[in-house]
Ligand binder design. Structure first.
Ligand code: GLC
Length: 714
């Protein structure tokens, strides 16, 4: 008999259901707070999992309580460590702009180390929801608009959080969330129903989760949402049949917060027992915060809606996860050793590097940037300049404002000898514009105006959909006044834009001399911004989402399917808007540096490829500017004729080259020809012979892509 078999044989129903329950908790001066529950539940073995308890002391105290219980089963304690724990990195959408899988894995690894030192064994990350709608606030947490990129995020984050040995004291169980297709909520409204085609489900929203399962993710969290009429928390075909049956996922499925109870509001369950039965039958193992399993399953058993065998299967998976994490061997290993100061310092250095690499320069005209070495006086305006707490982004885990560097603090430290005159001018979202005039007076005698504009951290993330995803409050008025002042004084106006999504910002795009998407950059935000503005580091970030010109273009993304009437200005009856061009303001992959690159001599081999070949691509890159910088190039394919319509562009690979001024280098990219398999009319994978275009360039702007055709043969 294994340890788990022995335990299972001894466990009462209440103890079994305790292992299937996860309760939110916290630690106040008065001691532990277990939301709607009690620490007695831990001591009597009827609560087996916690979220949001942080710190070696509190977690040790909770593990002590569990150890005193009849069977002494250790607690699983988790937290939303989405982009760092105490030392926050840029939000995931920002980090994707670095287009650097090694960095993505490294930040997850460092976050896991820091969280494990705080006694945690699980994170509710990576969030893998592909989003093409900036109205949806959770766009901030995810991989952006592309499924292939989402899959790369999945595998790097799972490896980073979990390592190859989940029992390691600095490993965390990762949680691929929110399964699945949460991004296309109706009208971009949070928690709204989702209605998409089976094809879009399989081509866009499942691949990142498939990659997470292949990477060995320990847990998965279903989305709150209703997908095509079935709430994900009760979605047997996708949880049981696809995840567990087809992909062979045998880890733990943990519900989202109260999602089991919400099946009643979805209208698929009369009461809690019915809701609990639906979730258990679909394959959900842990009930987070609905108390549906503890209160509902005993009744569901009596009603014959579920069997003890189904309960045992779920308990077995939870106990196995705790065993894989090493919790039975030593529940105190995580949190046992304090981190050394140099480890924390190294982590912040990494955060600074990742932040500089995430900054995406969308515009830079008349050499506004880098700041001239002769610059002596800088006028800094806007509500995001002195806002350390906002740099954290919407999921700040244990990150506190005190250890975040604001823009102002970063500029003061990073621009020695420069006089900085600052005024907020306006708030982030209030309607008071009375401070604009006085603020602008600070620009007299200045060499440049720096505007720090955008959203508050909690204006993106969960429950933060925006029908007008643009500059909030009176910030636009401040910007327009600053542009006018800049023109009058003949000085550049540089905009730093902080947001958890692309914003609709036509005036900034038109009138700013330079415009940088700073997203939310984490604990080293200010230092990273100063590194870039000063020219010490050239910006290299590339946007992982298309930026709409107008909200009316949404959803806008590079992987759109063709139309039978492609836009043609010479023909009125073609696909267009009367009032805005079809293309995005900034395409996927767009991002400027302080230099200029030329791309030439594209070579592709083989020119005729079978399914088992690898397509190798080489291209020469020359830095013909004055600054060292990193170039990122994307490799897309276009399958022009197939048995179903195929996207206009599909991302297959990307690569980077760091080149000093004047230097050239060769970028090698490759992808398996088997990647050209697609879902035929019956949604079954097919590999079809025919011409394929290979397209290479700095963004999804087709006009910037070099093209070479090859032939696929059966
Ligand atoms: C939240 C989120 C989910 C998070 C969970 C625990 O509602 O939807 O992403 O992991 O609850 O905080």
């Amino acid at each position: 008999m294994t340890r788990i078999d022995t335990l299972l044989a001894e466990m009462t129903l209440a103890e079994k259901l305790g292992q299937l329950t996860m309760t939110a908790s916290g630690y106040a001066v008065t001691g532990p707070i277990i939301v709607g529950d009690s620490s007695e539940s831990i001591a009597d073995g009827t609560l087996g999992n916690l979220l949001n308890m942080v710190g070696p002391g509190p977690t040790r105290e909770m593990q002590d309580l569990a150890k005193q219980s009849r069977l002494g089963i250790p607690l699983l304690i988790g937290l939303d460590i989405v982009h760092g724990h105490r030392s926050l990195f840029p939000i995931p959408l920002a980090e994707m702009a670095a287009f650097d899988p090694a960095l993505w894995e490294q930040t997850a690894r460092e976050a896991a180390r820091e969280a494990a030192a705080d006694g945690l064994a699980m994170t509710f990350a990576p969030m893998l929801d592909v989003s093409r709608d900036p109205r949806w606030g959770r766009t901030a947490e995810g991989p952006g608009e592309d499924a292939w990129l989402g899959a790369r995020m999945a595998e790097t984050k799972v490896r980073g959080f979990q390592t190859a040995d989940l029992s390691s004291p600095d490993a965390l169980a990762a949680c691929a969330k929110h399964f699945c297709a949460y991004g296309p909520v109706n009208a971009g409204r949070e928690y709204a129903a989702v209605d998409i085609s089976e094809r879009t489900l399989h081509e866009v929203h499942l691949p990142p989760f498939e990659a997470a399962v292949k990477a060995g993710v320990a847990t998965i969290m279903p989305a709150f949402t209703d997908l095509n009429g079935i709430p994900m928390t009760a979605h047997g075909p996708l949880l049981r049949d696809y995840l567990r049956g087809q992909l062979g996922f045998d880890g733990v499925i943990v519900s989202d917060y109260n999602a089991i109870g919400e099946l009643i509001k979805h209208g698929v369950a009369e009461d809690l027992p019915a809701a609990a039965a639906l979730a258990l039958q679909a394959g959900v193992d842990i009930d987070m915060m609905a108390d549906g399993y503890r209160k509902g399953l005993p009744v569901a058993l009596e009603r014959g809606l579920v069997t003890m065998a189904q309960i045992d299967t779920a308990v077995r998976r939870v106990l196995r996860l705790k065993e894989q994490l090493g919790l039975f061997d030593d529940a105190y290993a995580r949190g046992a050793t304090q981190e050394r100061p140099e480890a924390i310092a190294g982590r912040r250095a990494l955060a600074r590097t990742v932040a500089t690499r995430s900054i995406t320069m969308l515009k830079n005209e008349s050499q506004a940037l880098p700041l001239a070495p002769s610059l002596r006086r800088l006028c800094v305006l806007g509500p995001l300049a002195d806002a350390a707490e906002e740099m954290r982004g919407p999921w700040w885990a244990a990150g506190v404002a005190e250890n975040h560097v604001s823009v102002l603090a970063g500029l003061s430290a990073g621009l020695p000898g420069v006089e900085i005159h600052y005024a907020s001018g306006v708030g982030i979202r209030d309607d008071d514009a009375n401070g604009i005039t006085a603020a602008l007076e600070l620009s007299e005698g200045a060499d440049a105006i720096l505007l720090c504009l955008g959203e508050a951290a909690n204006m993106s993330g969960e429950a933060a959909s925006r029908a007008y995803p643009e500059l909030p409050g009176q910030q636009r008025a401040l910007a327009m006044a600053a542009f006018e002042q800049g023109r009058e004084l003949g000085i550049p106006v540089i905009v730093l834009l902080f947001s958890g999504r692309p914003l609709i910002i036509p005036e900034l795009a038109e009138q700013a001399d330079a415009l940088l998407a700073c997203w939310f950059l984490g604990c080293e935000a200010g230092h990273a911004i100063a590194d870039v503005l000063s020219g010490r580091v050239s910006p290299s970030g590339r946007t992982p989402m298309s930026w709409p010109r107008a909200l009316g273009q949404v959803p806008i993304f590079f992987g759109q399917r063709p139309t039978g009437r492609p836009e043609n200005p010479a023909d009125y009856y073609t696909s267009k808007y009367l009032d805005v061009p079809n293309d995005p303001l900034y395409p996927f992959g767009h991002g400027l540096s302080y230099t200029q690159f030329a791309h030439h001599d594209l070579r592709v081999s083989p020119l005729v490829a079978g399914e088992h070949d690898h397509i190798e691509v080489q291209i020469e890159v020359t830095n013909y500017g004055e600054h060292e910088a990193i170039e990122t190039l994307f490799l897309f394919t276009r399958d022009k004729v197939a048995s179903v319509t195929r996207p206009l562009l599909e991302l297959r690979a990307f690569g980077k080259l760091s080149l000093p001024a004047g230097e050239s280098g060769t970028l090698n990219l490759s992808f398996p020809a088997s990647a050209m398999r697609f879902l035929g009319a019956d949604l079954k994978p097919v590999f079809e012979p025919g011409e394929i275009e290979i397209l290479i360039g700095p963004s999804a702007d087709r006009a910037q892509l070099m093209v070479q055709s090859i032939q696929l043969q059966a």
